[in-house]
Ligand binder design. Structure first.
Ligand code: PMP
Length: 436
């Protein structure tokens, strides 16, 4: 069939009326186009959350992969179990032990990154219209999953210690008063993406108590837990509640995102459903990448490498915070991450991070505007900065450029009595290069 074109030459989609209703949430952001420009080398990107994989011992990894194919190719290149490799699941227990979790390997389901685990959990639990409680703001591609299963997302405000228990109680009461069903409480307790905040032990206990009392399943997403800058690993909520929590983990930040190996640790009955869902989605997770991870864990000093990553990211975090302190105009605030990849910046009153982005990109610096991290249009005055990928000097230069742009916006606001024009309201959109 010939693809129709408009006069301007844009392709029309002849199947647009055929799509399932659940795909309505799968929209590309207006800022996506800007990121094509932002990925040019002269732009300092504080936008994407890409792990700095160049710090990996690449020669050793190459040896691991080549030995794997030579010696266990018959296994690595074959189909495997829908639940994931049994040896790797044992090793995952060791990785999770740093977070205080003890579990049975049979309750682990290996997935294509923790993103896949998130998708499977929502697929297994949520019908259209079911409510998922999430932090405000929250991980952008989790919002994409909730939207693709037609969930109603309800944001719960955070403070410097993450999700606020008082606000959580209120949100639960309000949702229930409206007659809707809450299926999941999705939380990122450690080194939050995008918030950069961490729940302390007492906060975790309080949130867990609320979830238990209200009978709400807690979905704990923990990709950054091992990347705390003081070397300590926050105790996972799952460590204190095996039945009411599904825990998501990943090797994306501790080894390599490109391997796409993550997992869910679930209550036993739920695990069975997740395995079946995993099989319908992918038959089995990749044997090749699972065994690569397994060999790497068994033969390399993997935790030393985690320490290398921590140090590297801490240096970059420091470069970011020092330059924000030195250069940002008064009225700008930001969170101080104790680990992970991100700081959440709130602009001076009246400024709009979405409207400002084209001017920032013209000044050769990129960030992710805050609205993408909300399902309900909040976040216009905020943005996410990530410090994981650029070298410290580039980060300093990026902040210098950004501070100049914010200054200029403030001048416009002062001169004309109002801030620079706000971008048109847009829906909850996921800027593609920043899904990480
Ligand atoms: N959850 C959060 C909070 C994340 O930041 C990410 C990726 N950046 C993921 C889940 C998914 O990671 P992956 O699929 O690579 O394990």
């Amino acid at each position: 069939m010939e693809t129709p074109r408009t006069a301007a030459g844009t392709r029309l989609d002849p199947w647009v009326d055929a799509y399932a209703a659940r795909t309505r949430g799968l929209t590309a952001s207006q800022v996506r186009a800007l990121f094509a420009v932002a990925s040019r080398p002269e732009v300092v990107s504080l936008a994407g959350g890409m792990p700095f994989v160049s710090a990996l011992p690449l020669d050793q990894l190459a040896d691991t992969v080549s030995r794997l194919i030579r010696e266990r190719g018959h296994q690595a290149l074959q189909y495997g179990s829908g639940q994931g490799d049994p040896v790797l699941r044992e090793q995952i227990l060791e990785v999770m032990s740093y977070t205080g979790i003890t579990a049975h390997p049979d309750d682990i389901v290996v997935t294509a990154g923790s993103q896949m685990a998130l998708d499977l959990v929502v697929r297994v639990f949520c019908d259209p219209g079911d409510v998922v409680l999430v932090e405000a703001p929250t991980y952008v591609t989790a919002l994409g999953v909730f939207s693709s299963y037609q969930c109603d997302v309800v944001h719960v405000p955070m403070d410097d210690e993450g999700l606020r228990p008082d606000a959580l109680r209120q949100a639960i009461a309000a949702v229930r008063a409206s007659g809707r069903t809450i299926k999941l409480l999705y939380t990122i307790p450690s080194f939050h993406n995008p918030g950069g905040v961490t729940q302390g032990p007492a906060r975790r206990t309080e949130i867990l108590e609320i979830a238990r009392r209200e009978g709400i399943l807690l979905l704990e997403d923990d990709p950054y837990g091992l990347l705390g800058f003081d070397g300590s690993v926050p105790r996972a909520i799952r460590a204190d509640e095996p039945e009411g929590v599904i825990y998501l983990g990943t090797f994306s930040k501790t080894i390599a995102a490109g391997l796409r190996v993550g997992w869910a640790l679930a209550p036993h009955g739920v695990r069975e459903k997740l395995v079946l869902a995993n099989e319908t989605a992918t038959l089995c997770p990749s044997q090749y990448t699972q065994l690569t991870v397994s060999e790497y864990l068994a033969t390399q000093p993997w935790f030393d490498q985690v320490t290398v990553f921590r140090e590297l990211y801490r240096e970059r975090r420091d470069a970011l915070l020092e330059s924000l302190d030195a250069l940002m105009p008064a009225g700008t605030t930001w969170t101080v991450p104790a680990g992970g990849f991100y700081s959440w910046v709130t602009l001076p009153e009246g400024l709009d991070a979405t409207a400002m982005l084209p001017r920032a990109v013209a000044a050769l610096v990129a960030y992710v505007p805050g609205v993408g991290f909300y399902a309900d249009g909040q976040g216009r005055d905020s943005l996410r900065l990530s410090y994981c990928y650029p070298e410290p000097d580039r980060i300093r230069e990026g902040v210098r450029r950004l501070a100049g742009v914010v200054e200029a916006e403030l001048e416009v606001a002062e001169t004309f009595g109002s801030p620079a024009p706000r971008a048109d309201r847009e829906g909850p959109a996921s800027p593609r290069p920043d899904q990480a």
